[in-house]
Ligand binder design. Sequence first.
Ligand SMILES: Cc1cc2nc3c(=O)[nH]c(=O)nc-3n(C[C@H](O)[C@H](O)[C@H](O)COP(=O)(O)OP(=O)(O)OC[C@H]3O[C@@H](n4cnc5c(N)ncnc54)[C@H](O)[C@@H]3O)c2cc1C
Ligand code: SF4
Ligand code: SF4
Length: 608
Amino acid sequence: MDADIVCVGFGPATAGFLTALSKRLVNPDGTPAVESAVMPGAPLQVLCYERADDIGFGVSGVVTRARGLRAAFPNLDPKDIPMAAPVTEEKVVYLVDPIGASRRSWTLRAADACIRAFGGLLPFEHEAVELPWSPPFLHKTGGLVLSMGQFMQWVGAQVQSTGTVQIWPGTPVSQALIEDHKVIGVRLLDQGVDKQGKPGDGFMPGMDIHAALTVLGDGPVGPIGQQLDAQFGLPEGHHTRDWAVGMKFVVDLPADTALKPGTVLHTFGFPEPEIFGFLYVHPDRVASLGIFVPSWFDSPMRTAYRYLQHWMLHPYLWRHLKGAKLRSWGAKTLGESGRRGEPHLVGDGYARVGEGSGSTNVLTGSGVDEAWTTGAQLAESVLELLKVNKPFTRQSLEDTYLKRRRASWVEAEARVAEKSRDGFQKGVVRGMVGMALAGLTNGRFTLSGEPVPPYKRIPTFEEYYRGRIPQEEIQQLRKECAIKGVSLHGALMQRCGWPAIPYDGQLLMSHQDALLLGGKVQAPPGYADHVIFLYPELCERCGTKICIELCSGQAIAPGLGGVPAFDREKCVHCGACYWNCAQPIPGDPERTNIAFRAGTGGLHSAEN
Ligand SMILES: Cc1cc2nc3c(=O)[nH]c(=O)nc-3n(C[C@H](O)[C@H](O)[C@H](O)COP(=O)(O)OP(=O)(O)OC[C@H]3O[C@@H](n4cnc5c(N)ncnc54)[C@H](O)[C@@H]3O)c2cc1C
Ligand code: SF4
Ligand code: SF4
């Protein structure tokens, strides 16, 4: 099939692109403002393929300054968007460890001791200190709290109501079509195949869509972005070694909650010093809350689910959450390399937008506004090129899109942020100081630290627990967990003093129950597995099996002969396994032993 423009993924980046483009494709009298090259006489033919079952499934609750969004919708009234609220209050909170089970450096232990000793002089209550001041670069004044799922559905409806572009959910793109270094379109995923991709009953090979321009907005773990990175390489010195796994709940707060819509809380310090937390309040007593487990958390215990529960139980948060009820649950990874992870943004026949193009601001943790704005910049550039009938070559896209992007606030702020997180490579305290330095000096001063791939930094359980748990005991626990077919982290955390979670069946529940109640995960039959263990022999030798410990959906479990087993029906497509695998593959030290390919299904809730 032929189109003029084909887009991969419908996230905030392509939403920004399609919003800006769709408004300008038809004249007020209904005639085409821009004529299609593939369907003469008709308006430009623009298609967008999204792999999730519907628009806005599986993204996240966010707070955003919304500069790009407000530019696109100058009369935007938050009341028009379900679950949206203007930001009313922002707090940054340091959580002291009330249990004594987290791994804290001596500096943090000393800081905690001082806080407890001089608690009367500090705003120290509920085992936490609300920072009396936070740097202005973190403020979201004038911004919005959004459910990205709800927002994306709202935008999708606006875009489609113009009648000028088509969005196809439930339609994963399996690969970019490349000819002589030029992207000439995309191929959709095969249907009617078994788990290994072998054709079966009702086999339908993925359709080829040829287009003059392919817009790539497939996010931080997009397989098409990965394909282009493998084909064209990354610019000199760039890499994507920094990321975080974000896991979150959407909850109904108790009827007597004191939290007002638009409240934004950011926490650090607990359940482990490296883990950041967030809580955003939507209207009608609904809140999005969760944690980020970052790449520089040098631990084989990367279980976001268990840590999220301990975080909710912290006295500072629990006084708000006791009596709350789970509505929806989800997980997604966030690319945190920022500008340093920027790929080649344009080439013949393609342009990249959004987080997969390195747009996320790693200093402020803000990605939506940036992704949206890069999409809008590309739309302006495309319209400019179409007007003068110029083809979408690398040169013409550099002269328009790249130029706009480099001259914009997205680029200026990304440069300030570029090295702001490097300090975290050598510890949390150093990391926080480095961020503050970078933010307060506009990026002129930072603290150094070289990001390294996961396999170089994730210790084995034996190394991590040296001095705390005898090696023989770890071996014994490992054997017992293997027999039961469960991951090891529960047993090890319990051994280190983490208390059992007091399940209440409405907010605190087993991972499995959260999957059933809040995850709403689906996987239509007839598609191949999208998580692949590339070299099974590496898995056989792998001591940490971190893919099992961290899997957000319990979709990876102990398997036969030491090779994990993958269950597509539980996978939420968060991408955490792809980033976290503890083994590089032969010949490419930047790639792990897990391939994350295009796939259908995943989260089935637009509240996420
Ligand atoms: C837990 C969490 C909390 C966050 N909080 C904030 C916040 O408070 N503020 C903020 O500004 N940002 C936040 N972010 C970051 C923000 O969500 C991202 O920066 C933003 O969503 C990036 O937009 P995008 O369009 O580039 O990519 P994405 O949102 O990742 O969208 C990419 C889309 O492409 C689709 N796709 C991928 N592969 C294919 C394929 N092969 N075929 C078809 N479709 C495909 C995906 O399903 C997805 O819908 C958060 C992220 C997480 C994970
Ligand atoms: S996928 Fe990676 S982490 Fe998992 S067992 Fe294999 S090598 Fe180890
Ligand atoms: S298997 Fe699926 S749910 Fe599990 S970590 Fe990988 S992408 Fe996430």
